[in-house]
Design a protein around this ligand. Sequence first.
Ligand code: ATP
Ligand code: MG
Length: 458
Amino acid sequence: MTDQSALPARRSWLRVQLWPKSLAGRTALVLLTSMMLAQAAGLAIHALDRQDLLILAQQRDAAVQAISLYRVVFLSIQGQAAATLAGAEMSEGVSAQLERDPPVTEFQFSSAPIERQFRADMLLVPMPQAQRPSEIAILGGPQKEAFVVGFHMPDGAWLNMTISMPTPRPWQSGNFLAAFLLMTMVAAGGSMWAVRRMIRPVGTLAAAADALGRDVNAPALSEGGPTELAAAAVAFNTMALRIRRFVQDRTFMLTAIGHDLRTPITRLKLRAEFVDDDDLRARMLSDLDELQAMVSATLAVGRDITADEPATRVDLVALLRTLLDELSDTFPDRAEHLSYSGPDTLPIHARPLALKRAIVNLVQNALNYGGVARVRLAHGDGGMVNLAVDDDGPGIPEERLDDVFQAFLRLEASRNRETGGTGLGLTIARNILRAHGGDVMLENRPGGGLRAVVSLPI
Ligand SMILES: Nc1ncnc2c1ncn2[C@@H]1O[C@H](COP(=O)(O)OP(=O)(O)OP(=O)(O)O)[C@@H](O)[C@H]1O
Ligand SMILES: [Mg+2]
């Protein structure tokens, strides 16, 4: 029994091999195949034409040979015909004998046009009319690969000859193969070059889309080139402009609300001071503090998004060291709980202030909720760097690992200054890192504690 399961795998392997994945590969393959087919057809037509000409030439050759031989025998001394024939020079594939009867072969075929042509070809050899044979029998032909010709001699005998005529093989010519290969190579080179040139803008468009994903303010695409590509570039630039406006409008709205809320909150705080009930006043003031903190954080998010900080070459290691030093200065009692391990230098392309803000949020979370912050840096796959921030805290329940990235979501009920703030830290961090073309994820470490994993393009 054959192994049926091997069949589909084999088929898909074949498809992968024969049908390239890239657009350039596919276009080049289709172009090349059709060009080779067209060339093969052209060369075949040419070869068949050439074969017809070769057959005509062979036939003329055979007619001239036949009548020449006849003339030699005709002009021989009386009674010496047989000896003359025996001594006559004959080319390869020609045999002749003197017989009593006209030639008979198993193939009595000879078509009228061929016979007419053969007789006309025999007139090419100059000879007085009186010497020409009185009767000629022509049998065979190119299809039979031989002519059988009989000349009636004046003495009544027949000079019968067979001239073999192998069909010429047009494909055997060395030039044919060389011409085919040369034409194919020239066509292949030309089409590869043209396809590459035409496909290049698709790559540019993909790169522009990728850049836009990382940075809404990425430079616009050039709108030159062929009409279709120019139209695609214009459409892409318009789309980028709309996205930019959309983001700006949303951010503007967010900051406007945040800004406008500040005055009523301050007013409410002043009024709350006049509440007589001490307990109620304290709770109202605490709620208002919380509200104020949220508004400030919202304004900060707006500032982050709208800030047009340019991306430059930054040494990520230097940035991490500065950030850890600053945190040690702010929390001297926790300085020994902050550590860094990894390379001594790692330049990347980034907006340094935004990136620092994102990482500070993660390190501060580790310090606040996990007691320590161990920062590790390493090269990752595919031109990315990996940054991990580990702590020894309680971690986060598995099902909530992604929820904490939502704005204003805190797992801890209190909003006291000691353990944190508004629940925007992770939202901001993820926003900034994604705008850099990277991301951040949280995972619980097997030995306890939380790990924030950051990936960033170099
Ligand atoms: N390392 C950690 N260990 C345990 N829980 C964490 C850790 N990091 C974050 N969390 C949980 O996720 C919640 C959201 O974190 P996030 O940083 O977004 O806000 P926050 O720290 O509460 O406030 P802030 O806006 O000041 O950062 C936190 O309230 C906390 O409950
Ligand atoms: Mg935080």
